[in-house]
Design a protein around this ligand. Structure first.
Ligand code: ASC
Length: 150
C-alpha cells in the first residue's frame, strides 16, 4: 500500500511537471491535446484581437485576463507534436518533424511574443496592446505558413 501511494504521488508530481514532458496513451491523444491547446489559445487571442482591432470596446482588465491565458496556452501544444503523429486528423506538415530546429525556434518565439502580449495588456494602454497583438499574430502566421497545411 505504501509503495502504491508512493508511486501515485510520483505520478502526480510528474503530471504537475507537464507540459514539457506530457505523455500520451495514444498518438490520437497527442494530436487532440495540441489541437485543443491551440484552439483555446486562438479563442482567447481572438478576444484580445477584437479589442486591438476596435471590433469591441477596449477593456483593459478583459484584455489582460485573455492575454495571460494566451501566454499560458502558448507553452502547451508543442509537447503534443511527438514522433508518429504526422498521420491522422492533423494539418501538421511533415516539416514539423523534418525541420525540428526551425519548428522549435517558431514555438519558442511564440512563447516570447505572447509573454510580451500579456505584459503589454497589463499596461492598460491600447496602443501597446495593438503593437504586441500584431507582432504575435505575425508569429502565428509565420508558423502556419511553414508548418500547417491549408
Ligand atoms: C488568430 C488565430 C490564428 C492566428 C493567425 C494569425 O486569431 O486563430 O491562428 O490569429 O490567424 O495570423
Amino acid at each position: 500500500m505504501k509503495a502504491f501511494a508512493c508511486i501515485a504521488a510520483a505520478a502526480t508530481l510528474m503530471a504537475l511537471a507537464a507540459p514539457a514532458s506530457a505523455q500520451f496513451a495514444k498518438p490520437e491523444d497527442a494530436i487532440k491535446y495540441r489541437q485543443s491547446a491551440l484552439f483555446v489559445m486562438s479563442q482567447h487571442f481572438g478576444r484580445v484581437g477584437a479589442m486591438a482591432n476596435g471590433r469591441v470596446p477596449f477593456d483593459a482588465k478583459v484584455a489582460a485576463e485573455n492575454a495571460e491565458i494566451v501566454a499560458d496556452m502558448a507553452k502547451l501544444p508543442w509537447a503534443g507534436f511527438v514522433a508518429g503523429t504526422d498521420k491522422g486528423n492533423t494539418k501538421a506538415k511533415p516539416e514539423v518533424w523534418t525541420e525540428q530546429a526551425k519548428f522549435k525556434e517558431g514555438h519558442e518565439k511564440l512563447v516570447v511574443e505572447t509573454g510580451k502580449l500579456a505584459a503589454a495588456a497589463k499596461t492598460g494602454n491600447l496602443d501597446n496592446l495593438k503593437t504586441a497583438f500584431a507582432s504575435t499574430a505575425g508569429t502565428c502566421k509565420a508558423c502556419h505558413d511553414n508548418f500547417r497545411a491549408q
